[in-house]
Design a protein around this ligand. Structure first.
Ligand SMILES: [Zn+2]
Length: 471
């Protein structure tokens, strides 16, 4: 947060599904990084010297990555290189998890969040369950890992909701944690709550806050779920959980508990407006009704879901039922908010064999304001009361060249331009990224971590350490 008010001018900015792309937009923000006033149709040649002109032709609200496991970034591409089911993938994840220290995880996550910022994400929800030393002994500061990640958010300058995750067992049948999974476990719901209370007493930056998470129906028994729900409700915190990512999870849950995972979470009191179900793919009509009725958040991670062969979620049905969609890059198969946003629609086109399921404005809301709701930040959007979190796109690359040429004078060219950006842009088209009124990326370069090549080198080094390959 800048600590002082300021003004930005954008050649064109998206002001929401109703107003669409407006021209000549002046965006004022206060010292707390909140937008106080937005004016359109301002003449850009008559601006005062205090107004900062944003580079890049089109300004959008900053994208919100509502679901991240930062350390999975080390495994990018390996899902393709090595075949196998979700459990084979999981053992690879555990291998990396077993190597990380608070120091090496801090370095890796800083690089990963820098990649996110360069790509146009301004906020991240970090779903954190790597709590303890290998073997499960707590660090001398029991929240050393969570604090390392909050430090990475500070170093990279991304906005973060740290979702501290309860993870107690290996299977819905009650199988105990063993080997690499021991690091994730607090033992009981009460001990998770004790550690969380300690973390909640640490002062955070203005762009950081905490949330709670139940890893999944697999990893948390119902009584402990209720403990996490009670902590979340008591402090009015966002509550996240993985839900019905694969069919086998549903089958085991039905076999052992006689209920769908959605019903188990409902019985634990978890389904509220503050809740976000991550994945939510294999749902019954009853599950969809429950999630919608409660106005739950739903975090789609389409590139991860596609990578792991999870399936395509019933996202239009969920939205129709009243759920609020957001996006996340989960395992970081790619870090690309344009791809994640359009894939919500594209994956469902494949599963439903039809198109026209989503309006582009609603997709962009899923990529922005749906995520800020899920992470408990003020509205994501370019409007008074919203965060001054912005991203601008350049139209000059070969990839986007021609996308601002009106195809049909009878149609609204601005609406078509937005669709063309969401369906065709890539992270390399991002010019400027603003978080809480501060310019963090400009000309495609991070203000403190350098140009893309420097961020790439940081990623190469930290991934090398995470993979145990020696530097
Ligand atoms: Zn996840």
């Amino acid at each position: 947060v800048t600590g002082k008010p300021g003004e930005f001018f954008a050649e064109r900015a998206w002001l929401g599904p109703e107003q669409g792309l407006a021209t000549g937009v002046l965006i004022e923000h206060d010292a707390g990084g909140i937008i106080t006033k937005v004016r359109a149709c301002v003449n850009g040649s008559s601006l005062g010297p205090s107004v900062r002109r944003l580079r890049g032709e089109v300004c959008l609200p900053g994208f919100v990555n509502a679901h991240s496991h930062a350390f999975h970034r080390a495994l990018r591409g390996l899902c393709q290189a090595r075949a196998g089911d979700l459990s084979a993938w999981r053992s690879l994840v555990y291998e990396v998890a077993s190597r990380l220290t608070p120091e090496s995880y801090h370095d890796l996550a800083t690089a990963v969040y820098a990649e996110m910022l360069l790509a146009g994400y301004t906020s991240v929800g970090e779903f954190q369950y790597l709590h303890h030393e290998p073997g499960g002994r707590p660090y001398s500061d029991t929240n050393a890992m969570a604090l390392a990640l909050l430090g990475s958010a500070t170093a990279s300058r991304i906005r973060m909701t740290l979702l501290d995750t309860c993870y107690l067992r290996a299977g819905v049948d009650g199988a105990l944690l063993e080997g690499p999974e021991l690091r994730f476990g607090d033992g009981t719901g009460e001990r998770w709550a004790g550690r969380f209370a300690h973390l909640a007493s640490v002062p955070l930056e203005a762009t950081q806050r905490l949330g709670a998470a139940i890893h999944s129906v697999r990893a948390v028994p119902p009584p402990a779920m209720s403990t996490v729900v009670a902590v979340a409700h008591e402090h009015d915190l966002p509550l996240h959980f993985h839900l019905s990512e694969q069919r086998s999870e549903n089958e085991q849950c039905l076999k052992v508990l006689g209920l769908t995972p959605t019903d188990v979470l409902h019985d634990a009191g978890a389904l509220t407006r503050q809740a976000t179900a991550v994945h939510a793919i294999h749902l019954t009509a009853g599950d969809i009704g429950r999630l919608g009725l409660a106005s739950c958040g739903i975090c789609a991670c389409p590139t991860t879901e596609r990578d792991l062969g999870d399936g395509a979620g019933p996202f239009t049905d969920l939205a129709d039922a009243g759920a609020v969609l957001s996006i996340g890059s989960g395992s970081h198969a790619v870090i690309d908010p344009f791809e994640e946003t359009r894939a919500v629609d594209l994956n469902e086109r494949l599963s439903q064999e039809r198109r026209g399921l989503w309006q582009v404005g609603n997709l962009l809301e899923a990529g922005t304001s749906g995520g800020s709701r899920s992470l408990a930040w003020p509205t994501g959007g370019i409007a008074a009361g919203a965060m001054a979190d912005l991203v601008t796109v350049r139209l000059g690359s070969p990839r986007l060249a021609g996308c601002n040429v009106a195809a049909d004078p009878a149609r609204d060219a601005a609406d078509e331009l937005l669709a063309r950006i969401i369906f065709c842009a890539a992270p390399s088209d991002v010019d400027t990224v603003v978080v809480a009124g501060e310019v963090v990326v400009e000309g495609g370069e991070h203000s403190t971590l350098g140009p893309p090549a420097a961020v790439a080198e940081r990623l190469r080094k930290t991934v090398t350490v995470a993979l145990g390959a020696g530097v």
